[in-house]
Write a protein that binds this ligand. Structure first.
Ligand code: PMT
Length: 399
């Protein structure tokens, strides 16, 4: 039997397509557990879904005499991914605001694995700013949204709001489940900026949002790795299931990374670590008049270079380089000087690359001298490429 999937169905007309989705999943060997809201049963019968999935369908918290009240936990534990299709505006509103008043919302409250939401509704409901704010909130919490299709809607309107076809949802679930090829590997990722305080209210930092590092942590987790994420302040949520160690300064990051380095098989340093920190950190807020025109800075240790000098042959070390000019030449120097196995160069002067955006354009540069230029893609896709190349290297070293 393949992966176990939790399929949530809520009360929209697109629920009539849910049996087709179950059929596709079951044909691919997935073990599908369906949870329906009461409203969903007005559109499609639990009997149909139970017959197609081969499992009993969960409808409410109190109907299960054999598994009183803990069914939602066992469902959350037993499945690797959840998908809600269709997801109504009402359901999205409840999930975004922590309301757990039925079997589906309660199960998802206990769910700490990837969850795909497929909104489906009338175009005006979809464009309602309240619904959009709820979607953004869920996105921030790490839920993945499938953008609805545009076209003729069951209500007679035309526009955005149609649930993606079951085939597209199935492909997305399959993609998200991916291979478990990092099973048993301990992956250490750094992400985000560091903050270097000058006094209790002022600090030096940079524009890193943490998206790139978080994407690597997320994909490594999905591919079966045991993931530790050491990060400065992030603008995005950390994935459930990752061991997150928040830090603030470069020195704190160095300390935490060194503590865990010896027990890591793969280390990816996506953090934008400050190269300098103020020489003196004032305990009290510095008065304007005392703040002078010059701040003395001292160099921070280079964490990546330190790891490069200490690494074992079978530990794979991946560094990043953020460049704006002479990008390739500068990156080749970093690859050598920091003794990394793969250097991921992002030319942050390019649109769609680098800091605080959803995408990246990177060049993978290997110790062997090989280089691979990747086109513009989502940070999660970049993460998958990096992880696959790192895994190839590790397999080669171990043979
Ligand atoms: O967080 P996002 O908004 O998604 O943006 C992603 C990113 C642009 C921050 C990321 O893709 C990236 O390029 N990270 C590295 C940024 C950086 O610090 O580049 P660098 O060329 O200055 O450093 C090279 C490498 O040395 C990096 O792996 C860095 O983590 C490491 N380093 C740098 C300085 C230092 N004192 N210690 C280090 O370990």
């Amino acid at each position: 039997m393949g992966a176990s999937v939790l399929l949530g169905i809520t009360g929209g007309i697109a629920a009539y397509k849910a049996p087709l989705l179950v059929r596709l999943m079951v044909k691919a060997g997935m073990n599908v557990h369906v949870v329906m809201t009461r409203a969903a049963t007005e559109f499609v019968t639990p009997m149909t879904l139970a017959t197609l999935s081969g499992n009993s369908v969960s409808l409410d918290m109190w109907g299960e005499r054999d598994h009183p009240a803990v069914k939602h936990i066992s469902l959350a534990d037993a499945t690797r991914i959840a998908v809600v299709a269709p997801a109504t505006a009402n359901f999205i509103g409840k999930l975004a605001n922590g309301i757990a008043d039925d079997m589906l919302t309660t199960t998802l409250m206990a769910y700490n694995k990837p969850t795909i939401i497929c909104p489906s509704m009338n175009v005006n409901m979809y464009q309602n700013p309240i619904l959009q704010a709820n979607l953004q909130k869920l996105n921030l919490f790490g839920y993945q949204m499938m953008i609805p299709d545009s076209g003729e809607l069951a209500c007679g309107w035309t526009g955005e709001g149609r649930m993606p076809e079951p085939e597209a949802i199935f492909r997305e679930v399959e993609r998200r489940l991916g291979p478990r090829d990092l099973d048993g590997l301990r992956v250490l990722v750094t992400a985000g900026p560091t903050e270097e305080p000058l006094d209790p209210v002022r600090f030096l930092t940079n524009r890193s949002s943490g998206r790139m590092g978080v994407a690597i942590a997320k994909r490594a987790l999905a591919r079966g790795a045991d993931v530790t994420l050491i990060s400065g302040p992030l603008k995005v949520a950390t994935p459930h299931g990752v061991n997150h160690i928040p830090v603030r300064t470069a020195l704190e990051m160095m300390e935490k990374v060194l503590e865990r380095f010896h027990e890591s098989d793969l280390v990816v340093k996506a953090a934008a670590v400050a190269d300098f920190r103020p020489e003196i950190v004032h305990e009290e807020k510095i008065k304007k008049e005392e703040l002078g025109a010059t701040i003395n800075l001292v160099r921070n240790p280079d964490i990546l270079a330190t790891l490069g000098s200490r690494k074992w042959p079978d530990q794979i070390l991946v560094g990043f380089a953020a460049e704006t000019s002479n990008a390739i030449q500068n990156a080749r120097i970093k690859l050598k000087n920091k003794n990394v196995d793969i250097l991921v160069l992002n030319d942050v002067s390019k649109t769609g690359a680098g800091f605080d955006c959803e995408t990246n354009i990177v060049r993978l540069m290997f110790r062997s001298g090989d280089e691979e230029q990747l086109s513009l893609m989502s940070k999660e896709d970049v993460a998958d490429k990096i992880l696959s190349r790192a895994l190839d290297l590790r397999r080669r070293v171990n043979h």
